[in-house]
Design a protein. Structure first.
Length: 213
């Protein structure tokens, strides 16, 4: 049995996604920038956990000040690493160095919810140039390195019409594409919810009643 630990490396993030706990806490001035210490990272390096998930409810792991060193130490300790990130705000060279440390058992998921013109609809501060660079990074990872990279796409009302265009773009560049259906909605009338209810997470559908107008 694989023993897995999910680590929240940092509360830092450059985006201001409206439903994110970090955004809500920052508005209340109840969240400071906090980073996991390297001593605690070393604890997990020496632990019995086989797989380490680097994600975050309050921050994006790549913004930890010593992120590449964190990955280097975990890989030196023989850990499998799964990373979840938006991928923006870091250079292609940064990701080239990251991918070079990883192998086929590792995974990097890029949360990009949209296409040209819609990708910043939820990921506030995610620009067109960010979108273009992240696509280039995904293509680089999939073609030049022995690591699993994927484009994770959450459907919203403003981007549901772009899913197939995004999927086609991903496939043209040999990028694995995944639609992730969210259940984080503020009631059945949430304006961000996809109009196509097949794109809404099943757990949410099972616990809410929709009335056709």
């Amino acid at each position: 049995m694989v023993k897995t630990a999910a680590l929240e490396l940092t509360t830092r993030c450059r985006l201001e996604c409206p439903k994110c706990e970090r955004t809500l806490m920052k508005k209340k001035e109840k969240l400071a920038n906090v980073d996991m210490t390297m001593e605690l990272v070393d604890f997990y390096c020496a632990s019995a956990f086989d797989k380490i998930i680097l994600s975050g409810s309050y921050g994006d792991p790549i913004y930890h000040p010593n992120f590449l060193e964190v990955v280097k130490r975990l890989k030196a300790a023989g850990k499998v690493i799964w990373i979840s990130t938006n991928g923006s705000g870091k250079s292609k060279e940064f990701f080239r160095e990251l991918f070079a440390m990883l192998d086929i058992d590792d995974q990097v998921s890029f949360a990009v919810d949209g296409y040209y013109g819609s990708a910043g609809g939820y990921r506030v501060n995610f620009t067109e140039s960010d979108f273009e660079q992240v696509i280039e990074i995904l293509e680089m990872g999939s073609k030049e390195f022995d690591v699993r990279v994927r484009w994770q796409y959450i459907p919203f009302s403003f981007n549901e019409q772009d899913i197939e265009k995004a999927r086609d773009l991903a496939h043209s560049k040999n990028i694995h594409f995944m639609v992730k259906k969210s259940t984080r909605w503020d009631g059945p009338d949430d304006p961000m919810m996809p109009k196509d209810k097949s794109l809404v997470g099943q757990f949410y559908l099972d616990h809410h009643e929709f009335i056709d107008s």
